[in-house]
Design a binder for this molecule. Structure first.
Ligand SMILES: C[S@@+](CC[C@H](N)C(=O)[O-])C[C@H]1O[C@@H](n2cnc3c(N)ncnc32)[C@H](O)[C@@H]1O
Length: 359
């Protein structure tokens, strides 16, 4: 995969979102009002150069320090900057000068728009495979985000490893990207337009799960998935039967997560308090945790809530003393299954305390 091809595509070939050949940048259904409001405060020049494919919107952001890998013109950086507030910070990294120039030029404009005394955004010129070159302190970020970028990298392991090192323990990478339902042929992988359009470099989703685990992110969680449509017949022909999805995963940096979903008879109770998520916390597609209900969870989910920024919003019932076997009915991490379930509305309705909350 040639890095210059990618840089040219985003710096010279594409001028605005309208030039893309897939529906990757279509606003996904269900964009919450608070995000629409945040985007209304983002400069038009930044917005028209948005090339993301999903919502990068983790919860409980106030005061957080966030790194955006492949930030482009900065749409997500400027949206998240409002959600982390003046005490938080959002840092964007990108390698394409044309995109970074737009992002940097509007730092002061957004500071004023948000009414902040000091700008809480920064943009760095660099490669996401070489994050250690950027003079960022290891373990200093609460969250790493990325929107439709990691597929473009020839060394995805280095990207995830760099993100892992920059996260503090209990932090997470929360990112939207494109995945294929199979391993792609070489001619698809090397086609410059398919690569630039975030299709050629897409990983087979199951290979991504292995890669995430190899890098230290045990138990990757799928948040959402939707189909990605390719409009142009010539591109469709090159792609053959391969199908694509835009999926959002969250990977927590928690040591020793178990390979499976194990049942220790534990439960959690969400007590509310997370801004914009007062009625329920949607940890992933299989865990929509309603406020004030006793919600049974597996050991890994318990730890994802207890050893992270979410702990202060929860009560925790139980411990790890007795193992009751595998957690009942644990759901699939296959985004192609989840996107169909989401479309049908069959996925993961929360149940009462005695039942499974998985699909
Ligand atoms: C599909 S665009 C997404 C941009 C942005 N996240 C957004 O939502 O608008 C991909 C971006 O990733 C950047 N990029 C791709 N590979 C990169 C790499 N290896 N290092 C740094 N940036 C990279 C490109 O320059 C481009 O701005």
């Amino acid at each position: 995969m040639n890095i210059d091809t990618v840089r040219d595509y985003y710096g010279k070939v594409l001028e605005t979102t309208a030039d893309l050949k897939t529906d990757a940048c279509c606003t996904p259904a269900g964009m919450p009002d608070f995000l629409k409001q945040a985007l209304a405060n983002v400069h038009d020049e930044v917005l028209i150069k948005y090339y993301g494919c999903g919502l990068v919107l983790p919860e409980a952001l106030s005061g957080m320090r966030i790194l955006d890998l492949g930030c482009g013109s900065g749409r997500d950086v400027y949206a998240l900057a409002q959600l982390v507030g003046e005490k938080g910070e959002v840092v964007g990294v990108d390698m394409t000068p044309e995109q970074l120039e737009v992002a940097k030029r509007h730092v002061e404009w957004h500071r004023e728009k948000f009414g902040f005394e000091k700008a809480n955004t920064r943009f760095l010129d660099g490669y996401i495979e070489r994050l250690s070159d950027l003079d960022l302190e290891p373990g200093s970020f609460d969250i790493v985000v990325s929107n439709c970028v990691i597929n473009l990298s020839a060394d995805k392991h280095a990207v995830l490893k760099g993100a892992y090192d920059l996260l503090r323990p209990g932090g997470e990478i929360y990112f939207a990207d494109v995945y294929a339902d199979r391993r792609l042929d070489d001619d698809v992988r090397k086609d410059p337009v398919l690569l630039g359009e975030c299709l050629g470099g897409a990983l087979y989703w199951n290979d991504f799960l292995s890669l995430a685990k190899d890098t230290g992110f045990g138990d990757p969680r799928l948040v959402t998935a939707r189909p990605l449509e390719v409009g142009e017949p010539a591109l469709q022909e090159k792609l053959g039967a391969a199908r694509f999805t835009s999926a959002t995963y969250r990977l927590f940096k928690i040591d020793g997560l178990e390979a499976g979903c194990e049942n220790y008879g534990q439960s959690v109770i969400y007590r509310g308090g997370i801004e914009n998520h007062s009625a329920q916390l949607e940890l992933d597609a299989h865990h929509k945790i309603p406020r004030d209900g006793v919600f049974p969870v597996c050991g890994n989910t318990w730890r994802m809530l207890k050893e992270t920024r979410f702990a202060r919003y929860f009560e925790f019932v139980g411990d790890f003393k007795t193992h009751y076997g595998s957690f009942p009915g644990c759901g699939s991490s296959n985004p192609f299954v989840v996107m169909e379930q989401l479309a049908e509305g069959t996925c993961c309705q929360p149940t009462d305390a005695s039942g499974s909350n998985c699909c």
